[in-house]
Design a protein around this ligand. Sequence first.
Ligand code: GDP
Length: 211
Amino acid sequence: MLYEDVEIENARKLFSGECKFIAAALNSNAVPDEECYEIAFAGRSNVGKSSLVNALTNRKTLARTSQTPGRTRQLIFFELQHNLTKLRLVDLPGYGYAKAPKKDIQSWTSLTLKYLKGRPSLRTICLLIDSRRGIGVYDELIMKELDKAAVSWIVILTKADKLTNEEIEKMKDSTSKNISKHPAAYPEIIVTSSLKSDGIPMLRTYLASLS
Ligand code: GDP
């Protein structure tokens, strides 16, 4: 994944441009009509999803942070615009707080899968994995659902500042091996730290390239 300076700069401008809240949808009727391309973000509760969306858009309080895990089951839509490029970021409900993974995944899928399956403008789903924990049982279930929905997805490792470089490389290797089994997974993994902004320009540039 190599990018030119100009692509990195254009992506930075897109993500630091105007960003507005569009909708918080609790059912499919409340999902806004398609207008531009969309990128969705999924991950276990506490994986660092809100922090990542905030870091991407250079804002402190755009995305909710999960002070109360499980509280929200909504799909939240934000829209970014710079010049003629428009892009929506879709914050999917977190998962992984119920005691029974199957039940938890069912409730995640009822609204989310409907959205994922019927959305041609959805370019990719960023599946966030905590770099200290790696892929867990809940993530495996979600990956299967994403494969079934036939939408491409990419793994983003979060909180990389908590690991040494050697540990990060090990985690990248084991994660790559795991996702190679999944037909809809993008083979590269992006390592990020929202705290230190590591990997954030690269992720922005990748997402902007999908327009
Ligand atoms: P969410 O539930 O996935 O939206 O997760 P949050 O963004 O609310 O983050 C969960 C916790 O992880 C919070 O305490 C954050 O401060 C912390 N966190 C998020 N991103 C990072 C990161 O890049 N580095 C570190 N060290 N902590 C992070």
